[in-house]
Design a binder for this molecule. Structure first.
Ligand SMILES: [Zn+2]
Length: 281
């Protein structure tokens, strides 16, 4: 399986020191990815998505009230639940302003469906784009998941510390984007076990989000390197891991879309792929 976040070479202390020093953003780049329409599979809740249009002038529907957390059994997910031509681009972290801007531009320009899992530790960057993301979220073209506040290795934390990380990020997601990230939780670095899964699920984060495809941009790579990873991994039913941490990806969106089109794949959000919805959480 391809591996995870760009921050994987840092331990938690290093990472927090870098955040405090503003070094993480300064030494890295990043951009964003595609999105699309979202629909609810739950007959009891309204659709919150619709077909994305790059030039849509229609007013997106209002966001549903944020539902209560619904604790349950954790399910680990790494690919589509059925044979499908769908793929889900899931973009994490976001410590590169240029990268977050690039993903927002791309989503607005193309209507590409995206699932973003930002860390609130980088809120200075994400908050800048909240107003532009808002209509995309309301249309269901962009979905927000939870990736913890400060990107720690959960295997090194107490249960109460894990809960604080998840809840702080959830509070920020709600305040910033007007939706819950539930039930989608991506463990930083992909580091998890059944115990950490259970802690997250106890907060209503019952979908533990892993992946079976990667753009390889957890580390800085060349455009050719990234596209090589895309050629290798982007297949029907894939959950694709990417990062808004290095700008390489924002310069190859056209090439990524060409690969997707050649293979007859349909980019969707996790809500679309799994029938979850922000109205249900
Ligand atoms: Zn990450």
């Amino acid at each position: 399986m391809p591996h995870s976040c760009d921050l994987g070479s840092l331990d938690r202390r290093d990472f927090l020191v870098l955040i405090a020093a503003g070094v993480v953003a300064a030494v890295s780049g990043c951009k964003k990815a595609p999105t699309g329409p979202v629909a609810s599979a739950d007959p009891l809740v309204p659709r919150i998505g619709g077909s994305a249009s790059t030039t849509s002038t229609t007013v997106p529907p209002p966001l549903p009230p944020i539902p209560r957390a619904q604790p349950g059994r954790a399910v680990v997910v790494s690919h589509a639940p059925y044979d499908t031509q769908q793929i889900a681009f899931t973009i994490d972290d976001g410590y590169c302003d240029e990268c977050v801007a690039g993903y927002v531009d791309f989503a607005e320009r193309t209507g590409f469906n995206l699932t973003l899992s930002p860390n609130g530790a980088f809120h200075d960057i994400w908050d800048t784009y909240a107003d532009r993301l808002q209509p995309l979220i309301r249309r269901g073209q962009v979905q927000i998941g939870n990736h913890t506040w400060s990107h720690p290795n959960l295997l090194m934390l107490s249960d109460s510390a894990i809960r604080r990380e998840i809840e702080r990020n959830e509070d920020w997601i709600q305040a910033t984007f007007g939706v819950t990230g539930r039930p989608w939780f991506r463990p930083p670095y992909g580091k998890r076990n059944s115990h950490t899964d259970g802690v997250a699920a106890g907060l209503g984060y019952t979908k533990i989000l892993m992946w079976n495809a990667s753009l390889g941009d957890a580390v800085l790579e060349t455009s050719d390197g990234l596209l090589g990873q895309a050629e290798k991994w982007i297949k029907a039913g894939a959950i694709v891991l990417g990062h808004a941490n290095h700008p390489t990806v924002i310069h190859v969106f056209d090439e990524l879309q060409a690969i997707i089109a050649e293979r007859g794949l349909e980019p969707v959000t996790l809500d679309m792929m799994f029938g979850t919805t922000r109205a249900y959480g």
